[in-house]
Design a protein around this ligand. Sequence first.
Ligand SMILES: Cc1cc2nc3c(=O)[nH]c(=O)nc-3n(C[C@H](O)[C@H](O)[C@H](O)COP(=O)(O)OP(=O)(O)OC[C@H]3O[C@@H](n4cnc5c(N)ncnc54)[C@H](O)[C@@H]3O)c2cc1C
Length: 286
Amino acid sequence: MSFVPQLLAEFPEDGTTMKRPDFSAPTSLLELKHEYSKSPEGTMLIAGGQSLLPALFKGRSMPDKLIDIGRVAELRRLEFGSGNVFLGAGLTFTQILASKGATVLPGLVAALGYVGNCTIRNRATVGGSLAWADPRAELSLLLLVLDAVVVTERREFALADLYGEAGQNNLAPGEIIVGVRVNGCDAKKCEFLELMPRASAGRAVIGVAVCCDQLGSLRIAVSGLWKPQICASVVGCDLGAESLAESWLTDHCEAAAKLADIAFGWAYRRRAAAVLMTRAIESVRR
Ligand SMILES: Cc1cc2nc3c(=O)[nH]c(=O)nc-3n(C[C@H](O)[C@H](O)[C@H](O)COP(=O)(O)OP(=O)(O)OC[C@H]3O[C@@H](n4cnc5c(N)ncnc54)[C@H](O)[C@@H]3O)c2cc1C
């Protein structure tokens, strides 16, 4: 049973600007593709609804039609094996955390553990999180540092290429995320750390993911300093953790618009990022 029709019954229609969208809930990927292709521009997929439903109710998204992907079994594929991991787009964070293989993807348990609260994790999905392209999202920060590949029903591409402007994804109209794949997990160590304000619903101020391969090369990704998340490999891996963190931050400081707000200014964020990054580098080098 889909949870969406019941919620749509509460939809604040005003007969003019706010019109209750049509709804369908296909049960296979084939049926989903067919439904979506009928009118890709005016249709939106709905997965956990945790981001989309508030936007709909506030009138920020106004699709003519919603397609619930929750009944499509092909989108819930979960494979942990021979060093590779595949996470189906329709899997919720709770389903992933409860699976036996969750620890195979380095950093996954830590990253998802930071997301919202258990109610959010029970609904939020892999595909919804990636497609919503929130620069604070833990899953995408982790998957960026692990060099993940997005699989849609028509192509495969590096996760870094999914993101355009902050809050936008580069999916084509009608394109469906089927899942995400990470190769060579057994050869990687990863640490995920966050600074979280006490009064938030789990939204991070700063997120840091650091990945180390068997040769000792590092990749670092940070959220909360600039509008988009930034991920880059590191040169000069022979430096100590603190110097490395400092030089990475200096190299990327001019990269994009700096984030700051009344509670967490730029200098505070940068210092917090340096501390978390140092700890994460020390942890993956141990
Ligand atoms: C109180 C609160 C706290 C939260 N805290 C956090 C947090 O700490 N960290 C965090 O990362 N997130 C947080 N979230 C966001 C939550 O994780 C989001 O719900 C999630 O990121 C979106 O997943 P969803 O399955 O709910 O997607 P939906 O809301 O259903 O959809 C989001 C978007 O993705 C599109 N979409 C969904 N599936 C697909 C697909 N397979 N292919 C293509 N497009 C698709 C939809 O069309 C829509 O545009 C929070 C949300 C709330 C309400």
